[in-house]
Design a protein around this ligand. Structure first.
Ligand SMILES: [Zn+2]
Length: 320
């Protein structure tokens, strides 16, 4: 923008909730601003105000319809691109989860990228660019978004929410670098459920096989959901497994004598220490992998009760 040379297609990559869409919006605002200063829009001109109010006519957003972005959606986009931008400036089209385009949709979109109508800029958002057609990737200017530091997430949570200090610190550590994820966690009952899930896992090491089976049946009753699923705001099985994975990560760190402030579940330090002392490194590594495998099995739509029985019994057996 400083040199007056803006490519017509960008690929923004990185985990969700990290600011890709916010940057696309700020970029659209600056491109169309009547009195920009540096790399920011002024925020007060008619075009900036429309952008801030969410009714700027030349900001188009495309999201998967169900699981995929379908060819009809790309055809409709192409029809609207035939008209010059209404504002007289640039039209920006953001394609969310671009990796979700069907083969047909991707090929149709590739043609648009090869001969883009003037005045249009495309921003493709993707978590995993390997799933995109290489011919699409090569036509885009790539921008990588890095995970945020726990400290940065904590600062923002303090600004945007009314959560208490200890909740902020837990969420900032558990959010995997994603502010969006931290905010969703704060709005759901994640903190409360996390306590229960961690306690269940610690209890597993003091119970019988029959009790472990009961735990498995109980935990399989969690909905097959997760906060990372687009549009979902309820915690579920995937969040439970992600908490367990973070717990094994912590146990490994404690077992190897890493400093306490590296832990995600720092508030459970006492229990982590006690449990880690009874388990070997090899056992902890295998347990971590087992939780990871349970996540993959659930994505493959295996029966949750069977997956949980298998996982909990194996975790328990390894320890004895
Ligand atoms: Zn402006």
């Amino acid at each position: 923008m400083r040199r007056g040379r803006v490519p017509h297609a960008y690929l923004f990559t990185g985990i969700s909730g990290i600011g890709k869409t916010s940057v696309a919006k700020a970029f659209t605002m600056r491109l169309n601003c009547h009195a920009p200063s540096g790399l920011d829009g002024c925020g007060v001109c008619p075009s900036c105000r429309k952008m801030l109010n969410g009714n700027f006519p030349d900001f188009i957003s495309i999201e998967p319809d169900g699981q995929r972005i379908k060819i009809e959606q790309i055809r409709e986009l192409n029809r609207s691109l035939g008209y010059a931008p209404l504002s007289g400036g640039y039209r920006v089209c953001v394609i969310h989860r671009a990796e979700a385009m069907t083969g047909e949709a991707a090929n149709a979109f590739l043609k648009t990228l090869e001969e883009p109508p003037p005045g249009n800029i495309f921003v493709l958002n993707a978590t995993e660019p390997r799933d995109l057609l290489p011919t699409i990737v090569s036509r885009c200017q790539r921008v990588s978004f890095m995970p945020l530091k726990a400290r940065e997430i904590a600062e923002q949570l303090n600004k945007e929410t009314h959560l208490d200090g200890s909740s902020v610190s837990i969420l900032a550590r558990a959010a995997d670098g994603s502010l969006g994820r931290a905010l969703k966690m704060g709005e759901s009952n994640y903190l409360e459920r996390r306590q229960t899930w961690l306690k269940t896992l610690f209890e597993l090491y003091d119970c019988s096989g029959a009790e472990a089976m009961n735990m498995a049946v109980e935990s399989a009753k969690e909905s097959r959901a997760g906060l990372d699923q687009p549009g979902n705001k309820k915690v579920g099985l995937f969040d439970m497994l992600s908490v367990w994975a973070s717990c094994y990560r912590d146990l490994l760190l404690v077992r190897t004598g890493a400093p306490k402030d590296l832990l995600i579940n720092e508030d459970f330090f006492g229990q982590l220490k006690e449990t880690a002392s009874g388990l070997s490194l090899q056992n902890l590594i295998e347990s971590f992998q087992m939780v990871d495998r349970a996540v993959r099995d659930l994505y493959r739509m295996r029966n949750p009760t069977l997956v949980m029985e298998n996982t909990l019994l194996n975790l328990q057996k390894m320890a004895s």
